[in-house]
Design a protein around this ligand. Structure first.
Ligand code: GLA
Length: 385
């Protein structure tokens, strides 16, 4: 891919690019909606990635090419503050606005990129684009920021520039992913606590409902508000807590009467997810894949019943996963409200499983899914060419 990008850039702009960058999509394996509650997530960077080549140019106009889209897109460095709704260049403009807010300087540029991360599917195509862009800018402008701050730049693009109150999971996983490992992330200290090797002989199969969620339109921000309200109420009884991350199931139950019933259910999901992440870590250390898989099923039930971020299509896929041989567990992954489910499948059965799942789903719902067998790869990087 790198050579192809260099060639396309050179043909289009008439000179060679200076830097290459690559940032992968991510999968949330366990730990749903825990990141903005300062909690824990087991995640992974996937093999699918956004790759780009870039060079500095004079003036204030940046030129962008994104095959197979036709033509050239432009960004005017003197007109960054007016995002047009639904315009994907917002992910780049927003990054520039965030750097400028941090008083970091950068030149105009020419950029060409391609991505293999499926769009709007729950594999964080937007974070992959943001992080590939950040890593390319870092190299080209010699910007020195600690890695978590680059993740924060991407998060701010979504939070400030696009109005979506997401956590740090997507950008962080894209930066810190580790080949063949899950990463256990702590979103209070914003670090990887450990790499947890993926059990050998098992793979993650993504089943994409093709129901396009658009988190901006969804209830994502409402869920976050519910969690924050719940934490504030629990704090009245337990002053030492600052976020749901500090709450365990017993504490939550002891506050049930004080909580709004909806907020209680949302918090129950998040507290349960944090607990499941640690149970998963212990089970994977013993190579107990069957029990780990059951946690994925439990996580999905909790999403469906308490957090209410599932949908009929995702529920149908996870239901089918219980009855098709070769699968240890399945759940919705990412924000929810559509998007993808992940299925922990035996490597030798993966293709048969994917075909059976797609067929059973078609018979059950009359609808089509896309299945993707995911490799787990390393996080983002950039290099001078
Ligand atoms: C989306 C957000 C993340 C995270 C997940 C749910 O992917 O971008 O920050 O909150 O949903 O875990």
């Amino acid at each position: 891919m790198k050579q192809e990008l260099i060639q396309l850039f050179t043909e289009h702009f008439g000179y060679a690019p200076e830097v290459f960058s690559r940032a992968p999509g991510r999968l949330e394996i366990l730990g749903n909606h825990t990141d903005y509650n300062q909690g824990f997530v087991l995640s992974a960077a996937v093999g699918q990635a956004t790759q780009m080549v870039m060079a500095k140019r004079n003036g204030r106009i940046c030129r962008i090419v994104n095959p197979p889209l036709d033509g050239e897109f432009t960004i005017d460095l003197d007109d960054l503050d007016n995002p047009k709704r639904g315009d994907w260049t917002n992910y780049l403009k927003g990054g520039l606005v965030e750097l400028r807010r941090r008083k970091i300087e950068f030149p105009a540029f020419d950029l060409l990129f391609k991505s293999t991360v499926p769009l709007s599917a729950g594999m964080s195509s937007s974070a992959a684009l943001e992080m590939a862009f950040c890593m390319a800018l870092k190299k080209i402008a010699g910007i020195e920021l600690p890695l978590p701050d680059w993740a924060r730049v991407g998060q701010s693009v979504e939070n400030v520039y696009l109005g979506l109150k997401t956590g740090l999971l997507d950008q962080f996983s894209s930066l810190y992913g580790k080949k063949d490992s899950l990463i256990l992330c702590d979103f209070r200290s914003v670090e990887v606590l450990k790499n947890v090797p993926m059990p050998s002989g098992w793979k993650i199969l993504v089943a994409n409902t093709l129901v396009k969620h658009n988190l901006v339109e969804s209830d994502y921000n409402l869920r976050r508000e519910s969690c924050e309200r719940a934490a504030a109420v629990i704090k009245q009884k337990y002053p030492e807590i600052t976020a749901l991350r500090d709450v365990d199931s017993a504490m939550l139950e002891s506050c049930k009467e004080d909580l709004d019933i909806i907020d209680y259910r949302r918090a129950k999901h998040v507290v349960g997810e944090d607990e499941r992440v640690w149970k998963a870590d212990a089970l994977l250390a013993e190579d107990n894949v069957e029990a780990f898989g059951k946690l994925l099923f439990e996580s999905h039930e909790s999403s469906r019943d308490f957090f209410e971020n599932s949908c009929d299509e995702l529920d149908a896929l996870v239901e089918l996963a219980h009855n098709i041989p070769g699968c240890a567990g399945a759940r919705l992954s990412g924000g929810g409200f559509g998007g993808i489910s992940i299925h922990l499948v035996k490597e030798e059965d993966a293709e048969t499983y994917a075909a059976r799942l797609a067929e059973a789903y078609r018979v059950k719902t009359g609808k089509t899914i896309e299945t993707i067998l995911c490799g787990i790869g390393d996080g983002a990087f950039s290099e001078t060419l």
